[in-house]
Design a protein around this ligand. Structure first.
Ligand SMILES: Nc1ncnc2c1ncn2[C@@H]1O[C@H](COP(=O)(O)OP(=O)(O)OP(=O)(O)O)[C@@H](O)[C@H]1O
Ligand SMILES: [Zn+2]
Ligand SMILES: [Zn+2]
Length: 848
């Protein structure tokens, strides 16, 4: 191969095509499709990806430049992923480079020196070696030849060597080195050494025996209440000391100064400990055996495993009620797949990457599971990713981006809770993991299982109608729970009545009584506060003034802990006012109900009740999510109170009551999916109750108890909800009866932003008319396109930019995405104003 076609990382739309580079002799072995390279571009050196290789006469190409460097010894991407990036670029109207970048773990995005060390000891390494009996050669395979042994010895002596040193010592052995890297005898270590270094952590330990510490505790003055709390906590946790400092801080919500104070008193020690980067290393996962399947499970498993055995591409939509045992189906299907030597990807929403989920997979498949999620450091993520690429893992469990797991023999993709919006990436490239999964699987002859108790209307409609060739899932249903118990009884409480009868509390009398009952019986409760649509803004009750962000035109959010106001979009912060800046009134306070307020209220109503609060504030620390759930499972609390996080995937036997504090706060959002979202959330959270032997009860408090999403959720009636919701969608021309493209144009100057948006809309309209596409929305069967806007975006100003949007609605076989992209590029090219930004969101999930 003489010429490499390279997609370069230059943020201009016109560079979104491959450029030719010649391949110098010494880089030939290393340059492959999927290689990351450094190439000259203009006056700079930029990063790029090799997307194809060609034979050709380099001399004949005018001005061709050579690749400067190959950045990784084993290409981070496979040809299959490179092809997938092409598809993504078209499907989501994004640049190819951003699709390629999205497939890499963050640790690989920088530039790094290549260092090589010995690979990890393979399990099959022979104990002694007859040729070199007293040398600790490692890793030595029986078939290793002399050159390979020499290379191993060279690297072993050096500990870590650079690529240059190695190639200089073995100038003719590039192929051998490459082979040894692939086989895992050698490995790249640059990131561990250079970028992250060894990871160290501050840890806290008692400076004395627990008994002595307890005496000290008793003699401490009452004024050091916080310090006493910390000390007593450490004494209780003695068995697991030393404990990471940040865990102590998170568990007790104390400042670092408090802990430091104890160190100054000589009661505790703060030391640095080194931690390994496998986040799950050293943890025991209870091994689990496959369960005998129920009749419903067997039917589903039969259909799915047949497709897996035949290695034929097929998509299934598994609609199984909460507790129907979908996870067991996943586990057994994966087993089937890996027994055939093929790999499996399991996608879960970020939020449900709970220890429970991880435990279930690690328990069944042990260390063959790589776990990828955003709470891991980039070093940890890189390690997990490398396990996949080097074939040391057969199963990858992760959030959205795990769909790009670099497996080479993919047989199965599972997407749990397929309706979750977190599968859509809300920044470039704006892909949906479900589409990518289906596309990737179709290329690999792999099976896809989309599982949910509340499938998205898009998927369900596609399964029922079978009208879309590229996405027509087979529908599998599991209407009963695996353990044979009933779905919990749901009661809807009309909060308007409560108010009428003089109950101003956030708890209805019913919920109050039910909570008390659980306390008396020693059972547990999950309380959901639906925070979507709620804001904790500051408002003056005298004049109606609302504190807003000067940059973004949205209300600021009150943060109790720091007692200041913050903008959730741009981060602007200011102190919370004591008096109204408009009228001087003192009746200024924050509104809305946050989880903290519910927690306070619970404390007042039920003294002594133990509450675990789980929301963004209490789960920012790594592992905190896990820890809180662990405490709840160990029955260290009576109530688990939280936002959407508590709704999904949890399986606790002693939870017999689920309370929803406000069911309808999200119903009035300007989003056509508001009813669907409300239904999904209520159904999911209701499913947390009575999952084992104890029967469950669900109380949903609502101000609009007659809304169909609430009524049907109350009856666990997915099908009736869908029927009604589809009627609305059809009447109003919303997905799944058409598709949407949301185009947002923004500029620092308002008139320019507006003019560009108008220009964009006019051009689309003109071109669509030429193609005879325009305005045929009323006829459901026709190929047509409609355009709404331009209007000011729901966030009219963000980070100092004015934003306008157009909504393109379309259906049929027309290339609407191509048209939108074409017009956007023309507009950018004609204006040549780098300040203008056009973002294209195909099949948007967030409309506000
Ligand atoms: N075949 C089986 N035999 C016995 N118990 C089972 C079987 N299948 C599942 N279970 C148990 O039933 C319970 C519910 O199963 P699981 O959590 O897999 O349901 P799910 O469909 O994933 O629910 P959700 O959508 O609510 O997360 C679990 O405790 C699980 O161990
Ligand atoms: Zn005022
Ligand atoms: Zn702001």
């Amino acid at each position: 191969m003489d010429i490499a076609k390279v997609i370069v990382d230059v943020p201009v739309r016109s560079t979104d095509r491959p450029f030719d580079y010649s391949i110098p002799e010494d880089l030939r072995v290393w340059t492959e499709v999927g290689s990351r390279v450094a190439v000259p571009f203009g006056h700079r050196t930029v990063q790029g990806f090799v997307v194809s290789l060609e034979y050709g006469d380099v001399q004949a190409v005018k001005g061709i430049k050579p690749i400067q460097e190959v950045l990784d010894l084993v290409p981070p991407l496979s040809p299959e992923l490179v092809e997938l990036a092409d598809w993504m670029s078209e499907r989501y109207a994004c640049r190819r480079i951003s699709a390629l970048q999205a497939m890499l773990p963050t640790a690989l995005k920088g530039k790094a020196e290549r260092l090589i060390s010995l690979g990890e000891e393979p399990d099959s390494a022979p104990q002694g070696d007859t040729l070199f009996p007293d040398e600790e050669f490692f890793p030595v395979f029986p078939g290793m030849d002399r050159v390979e042994r020499a290379i191993i010895e060279f690297v072993r002596r050096g500990g870590e060597v650079t690529m240059k040193q190695l190639t200089r010592a073995f100038p003719d052995e590039a192929e051998t080195i490459k082979f040894m890297l692939r086989r895992g005898n050698l490995q790249e270590v640059q990131f561990i050494k250079d970028k992250m270094g060894k990871k160290k952590l501050k840890a806290v330990d008692l400076a004395m025996e627990p008994e002595t510490a307890r005496e000290a505790l008793n003699s401490m003055s009452a004024r050091s209440a916080r310090q006493k709390e910390v000390l007593s906590f450490l004494i209780d946790m003695e068995a697991v000391l030393p404990m990471p400092l940040k865990d102590v801080l998170a568990a007790l919500q104390v400042a670092a100064g408090t802990v430091k104070g104890l160190e100054d008193k000589g009661l505790i020690e703060i030391t640095e400990v080194e931690v390994y980067r496998d986040p799950y290393r050293g943890r025991d996962f209870k091994p689990s055996e496959p369960l005998p399947l129920t009749a419903e499970q067997s039917a589903v498993y039969g259909a799915v495993s047949r497709a897996v055995d035949e290695q034929r591409h097929e998509v299934f939509l598994l609609h199984g009620v909460t507790g129907s045992g979908k996870t067991e189906i996943y586990l057994q299907t994966i087993r089937r797949c890996i027994d055939q030597g093929r790999q499996a990807v399991v996608l879960v929403p970020e939020i449900s990457l709970t220890p429970q989920m991880v435990e279930r997979f690690k328990g069944r498949f042990g260390s063959g599971v790589a776990v990828m999620h955003s709470r891991l450091s980039s070093g940890e993520r890189y390690d997990e990713w490398r396990k996949i690429r080097e074939g040391k893992a057969m199963v990858a469990v992760g959030a959205r981006s795990a769909i790009f797991a670099p497996f080479t023999n993919l047989g199965l993709i599972i997407m749990d809770e397929e309706h979750e919006t977190s599968y859509k990436q809300e920044e470039n490239p704006r892909y949906h993991a479900r589409d990518v999964a289906v596309r990737r699987a179709s290329r690999c002859d792999a099976v896809v299982i989309l599982g949910s108790a509340t499938p998205s209307l898009e998927s369900y409609y596609a399964a029922r109608s079978q009208s879309d060739e590229s996405f027509a899932p087979g529908l599998l249903e599991m209407p009963s729970r695996a353990l044979g118990n009933e779905l919990p009884a749901v009661e809807i409480v009309d909060m308007r009545e409560e108010l009428k009868e003089g109950n101003r509390s956030m708890f209805s009398r019913k919920l109050h009584a039910a909570l008390q009952e659980r306390l008396d019986r020693g059972e547990q409760t999950v309380l959901l506060l639906n925070r979507r649509g709620f804001s904790t803004f500051v408002m003056c009750r005298s004049c109606g003034y609302v504190a807003g962000c000067p940059e973004c035109d949205i209300s600021l959010t009150y943060h109790a802990r720091s007692s200041n106001l913050r903008c959730h979009y741009c981060g602007h912060a200011e102190p919370s006012p004591d008096t109204c800046p408009e009228c001087g009134s003192e009746h200024i306070r924050f509104f809305g109900t946050g989880t903290q307020r519910v927690e306070e209220e619970l404390g007042k109503l039920f003294p002594g009740m133990r509450v675990i609060r789980m929301d963004v504030d209490t789960t920012t620390e790594k592992g905190s999510h896990e820890k809180l759930l662990g405490q709840f499972r160990d029955k260290k609390a009576d109530v688990l109170l939280g936002t959407q996080m508590v709704a999904k995937g949890l399986d606790f036997p002693d939870v017999t009551l689920v309370g929803v504090i406000t069911a309808d706060s999200a119903l009035n959002l300007p989003d056509f999916r508001a009813a669907e979202k409300t239904f999904q959330l209520l159904t999911q959270v209701a499913g947390r109750a009575g999952r084992h032997t104890l029967p469950g009860e669900v109380l949903i408090q609502s101000y609009t108890p007659d809304h169909y999403s609430i009524i049907h959720a109350g009856k666990h009636d997915y099908h009736s909800f869908v029927r009604e919701e589809l009627k609305h969608r059809k009447a109003l021309h919303y997905p799944p009866y058409c598709r949407l493209i949301l185009v947002t144009l923004s500029h620092e100057q308002m008139p320019i932003a507006l003019r560009m948006a108008e220009n964009f809309a006019k051009t689309i309209e003109g071109k669509a008319r030429q193609r005879r596409w325009f305005g045929s929305m009323d006829k459901l069967t026709a190929d047509g396109l409609d355009l709404l806007g331009p209007v000011a975006s729901p966030l009219p100003r963000l980070k100092g930019r004015y934003r306008f949007q157009c909504m393109v609605k379309w259906r049929g076989e027309i290339d609407a995405i191509g048209l939108v992209r074409e017009v956007a590029e023309e507009l950018e090219d004609s204006l040549r104003d780098p300040v203008l930004q056009i973002s294209i969101d195909v099949d948007p999930q967030m409309l506000m």
